[in-house]
Design a protein. Structure first.
Lengths: 454, 305
């Protein structure tokens, strides 16, 4: 048998091992489910058919892989042609075109949905899909400043989101401040927290920085949970004033928005306004980020991401660079938080758990750290995808009534993070334009930038 | 005084559990320099394995001897949790060794999310309370309004921890396997040049860490009697705090840190407020990392350019 010949014995052995491993992994935790019976005693229900199916699948997959001939190792090609000017320009053109089409589609989205599905049907699409996704796009862009540009892994980003949300909730319920006053205040407070938390962690880098930001995020959540006098603890703050159209409330009657514009009152007006508001906020985040990238501070962020020691040797003030990144990321987190509070009308600590931070981080990681369009696409994929899971009710007819597709949401997010790191560690949109260039614009392939080694 | 003594006993018990988990963090960090964020969830998986094996033994096979059940549960949990950890390293971390520095951490966060949600999906979201086992207690002091008690469970926990730590110590210090492990920790490339199978050694590090976490998981299940799919995160962070406090990379440091964290947590809950006991652990973590990154027994980490 040749080197590339098929060895049935070896293939069978490897497949048997794969099947055994699968059996070992699934034996207790999948094969039995511990549930309480009527007298509250745990009893086991066996699920051996499921285990058998998985074991058979593992065997079959491993066997198929053995059948598939391994690709011949390719010879190293001579140095790749320099990604040159043309590529950069076509990339830029494509990016601009894509952004324009995307923007036009987003602006038209609520009106098109309204025309297609009517006021009742469109509510779900604009609220659950449109607004929800845009909130995460904004959060992703905000975190992108910290993780993607400055290369500082922040696992406690949701803390700033929480600060913004509670700032609006408390200021509006206690002092009756309007949303438009609270919005900058919320952003300012969050940025202040960003600096306050940024200061002590300046000396840390990499993994340690990530863990400390995680600790800070959790501390803020636990304080919100236990400081009942101020935050009302676990039950949260309700009846927060809802969004109004620059002072015109969305209510039926002569004082409302509809009457002032001569429209028939529809509850969906508020949702459409909220959609445009979050769209504007997200675009503001994007605009500021893109502009800052060209300024000295933005270039310092990217230099910091590539090599902190070299950065310091060149005389860049790393303290200032890191703090501005933290503060700006937090600022946009705070804006998003204030929007979240005004949209929900209710905030509680359970909206700001670590899982939320991890989801935002997953969006940034999957999108490609530093890439604005990539982050937006990843937000659509993850948040839109998990909303779509709710629609898959027909699967219940196949898998039985207790099958709930939404349970699989975070499972898939976790899996996506692992797969992405192993398969395309630079994210979906791995190629990007340099922020600043000498003579000619050139695209930088992902392999040459060491994103995120802070 | 009685309260102090009682909290001391409780703290040492809890600290043993944290110490066992912390070893997994510290060994992995020592050898490949990564924070194995999923380790807390591996611990959580082991509590479920222990619970189900316990139920299977007592309900389906009808084993009545508690000591036998305990030993079988411990062995099964150690073996099966090790398999999980082995496969996680193989599939999620191994290819990332040459990647950029944060890649393994992000992948580990993914694994952590995957594991807790996997158990959540297959076992359901509710707390699982295991059937009560006879919990005899020894009264150390009597009268005076407050009895200081020491339960058999606590004795078992501390004794099993001590015995396994001794075995583990022997493994790392005296066997060829431990020697290879320490060599890779010092200089992985040199160890590879000298004929040590680095991949195998790293796999073994994950397996040993998971086996000790499974011991902790079994003891935790026995001590608290309740398990939940979300129980990996907080004990995981606390054990990581223990590893950092003791000096990450240092094995005696992990045990010392575990005991300290256990004691701090129980005393904090007893004398201050149990609402904020997690804040205590998180604050220690942040303060240690910021002001004393090499911990109590660790070596300072010098970056060469």
């Amino acid at each position: 048998m040749g080197r590339r010949g098929f060895d049935l014995g070896a293939a069978l052995k490897a497949s048997a091992i794969a099947a055994l491993i699968m059996l070992g992994l699934s034996f207790p935790i999948l094969a039995y489910r511990a549930d309480e019976n009527f007298s509250n005693i745990l009893v086991l229900q066996s699920r051996w058919p499921l285990v058998a199916a998985l074991v058979a699948a593992a065997f079959a997959l491993r066997f198929l892989r053995a059948l598939w001939p391994a690709p011949r190792p390719r010879l190293a090609r001579p140095a790749q042609t320099q990604p040159g000017r043309d590529e950069a320009q076509s990339l830029a053109r494509f990016g601009r075109l894509f952004a324009l089409i995307g923007l036009a589609a987003l602006i038209a989205f609520p009106l098109v949905m309204l025309a297609l599905a009517g006021p009742a049907g469109a509510l779900k699409w604009i609220d659950n899909y449109g607004i929800q996704i845009l909130i995460y796009v904004m959060l992703g862009w905000g975190l992108n400043i910290v993780v993607g540009l400055a290369g500082l892994l922040d696992l406690g980003y949701v803390a700033f989101y929480a600060v913004g949300a509670y700032a609006y909730a408390l200021l509006s319920t206690h002092f009756g401040w309007s949303f438009w006053i609270c919005l900058p205040v919320a952003g300012f407070l969050a940025a202040l927290w960003g600096i306050a938390l940024g200061f002590p962690v300046l000396r840390l880098r990499g993994d340690y920085l990530a863990i400390v930001t995680l600790a800070f995020g959790e501390i803020i959540r636990i304080v919100l949970l236990n400081w009942s006098d101020l935050t009302n603890g676990d039950s949260g703050i309700g009846s927060i004033p809802r969004l109004s159209f620059f002072g015109l409330p969305f209510v039926p009657g002569s004082t409302g928005f509809a009457a002032a514009f001569g429209l028939r009152f529809l509850p969906i007006h508020r949702v459409i306004f909220a959609f445009y508001l979050i769209l504007a906020l997200a675009l503001l985040t994007n605009f500021v980020t893109l502009r800052l990238r060209r300024l000295p501070v933005g270039r310092a962020w990217e230099a910091l991401r590539e090599d902190e020691i070299a950065c310091r040797a060149l005389g860049i003030d790393t303290t200032k660079t890191k703090l501005t990144a933290f503060a700006l990321g937090a600022l946009f987190g705070g804006f998003a938080g204030a929007f979240f509070a005004v949209r929900q009308g209710f905030v509680s600590p359970s909206s700001f758990t670590f899982i939320e931070s991890a989801t935002i981080l997953a969006i940034v990681v999957l999108g490609g750290r530093g890439s604005q369009i990539g982050v937006a696409l990843a937000a659509v994929l993850i948040i839109g995808g998990s909303e779509l899971l709710r629609e898959l009710d027909f699967l219940k007819q196949i898998f039985g009534d207790d099958f709930d597709p939404t349970q699989y949401r975070m499972l898939l997010v976790g899996l996506a993070m692992v797969v992405m790191m192993n398969w395309k560690p630079r994210g979906l949109v791995a190629i990007r334009k340099p922020s600043i260039f000498l003579f000619a614009e050139k695209a930088i392939p992902a392999e040459r930038s060491s994103v995120g080694s802070g | 005084m009685e309260i102090f003594l009682q909290q001391l006993i409780n703290g040492v018990t809890l600290g043993s559990i944290y110490g066992l988990i912390a070893i997994g963090y510290t060994m992995v960090f020592g050898i490949i320099g990564m924070v194995n964020f999923a380790h807390g969830d591996v611990f959580m998986v082991s509590t479920f394995i222990a619970l189900i094996v316990f139920l299977a033994l007592t309900q389906i096979l009808g084993v009545t001897s508690l000591a036998l059940v305990f030993v079988l549960v411990l062995v099964a949990a150690m073996a099966l949790t090790s398999l999980w950890s082995f496969m996680i390293e193989r599939l999620a971390y191994r290819r990332l060794r040459g990647s950029f520095r944060l890649a393994p951490l992000i992948s580990a966060i993914g694994v952590s999310i995957f594991l807790s949600n996997f158990v959540y999906v297959v076992q359901g979201p509710r707390n699982k309370a295991m059937p009560a086992v006879p919990a005899d207690v020894i009264k150390l002091t009597q009268g005076g309004g407050y009895d200081v008690t020491l339960s058999y469970k606590q004795i078992v926990i501390v004794a099993v921890t001590a015995a396994l730590l001794a075995a583990f110590w022997y493994l790392v210090q005296k066997t060829p396997l431990g020697r290879a492990q320490r060599a890779c920790e010092q200089d992985m490339r040199m160890a590879a040049l000298l004929g040590i199978d680095v991949d195998r050694t790293i796999s073994l590090t994950f397996v040993i860490g998971a086996a000790l976490a499974a011991v902790a998981g079994t003891l935790y299940m026995l001590y608290y009697g309740v398990v939940n799919a979300s129980d990996g995160f907080i004990p995981g962070v606390k054990a990581f705090t223990a590893a950092v406090l003791g000096g990450i990379g240092s094995l005696p440091g992990a045990v010392l840190g575990g005991l300290l964290i256990g004691l701090i947590e129980t005393f904090w809950s007893a004398y201050f407020s149990s609402d904020y006991k997690d804040v205590a652990a998180f604050s220690i973590l942040a303060i240690t990392l910021i002001f004393m990154p090499s911990g109590l027994l660790g070596r300072p980490d010098v970056e060469k350019v």
